[in-house]
Ligand binder design. Sequence first.
Ligand SMILES: [Zn+2]
Length: 174
Amino acid sequence: MRLVIVETPYAGDIEANVTYARLAMRDSIERGEAPFASHLLYTQPGILRDEKPAERALGIAAGFAWGRNADATIVYVDRGISPGMKQGIKDAEAAGRPVEYRCVKADLLPLPEIAPCPKCGSNKDQYIFVVRSPTPHVPFRGVGCANEGCDYAGPRGQSLREAIEAHNAGVKPV
Ligand SMILES: [Zn+2]
């Protein structure tokens, strides 16, 4: 397995940033990597306090030490690149470690609520259907309705998010 350091924001909106960091870890694992994120581990209660500069510096140094054994640094960019992430990128570059930029796969991000069926008004019978396009490996997704007698099938998108957003955008109040 490829050992990777995961860079995501921490300071600021810590709760949302930690949620995102967990998604990034999941995303990395799903791609067959063995990720490490010092800011998720070392900021746990009883380890280090990020708001104390000396302790924050210790955590960064310990994270960089782990980085010496990593094959790459992965920068997850959906929430921007924070000053802390920039430090991590600099460290990777100084150590000659490849730096890759990516987003969390759309299907892992919290999804919008699915609006009711525009045909029958049902708000509990929607399901996700997957259509394989003629091009291999490019499945399309859409929102459909399973309410009895309703054959609604919404517009398609490549990701679940795109499918739900397309469906919601097209839904007119019943
Ligand atoms: Zn329906």
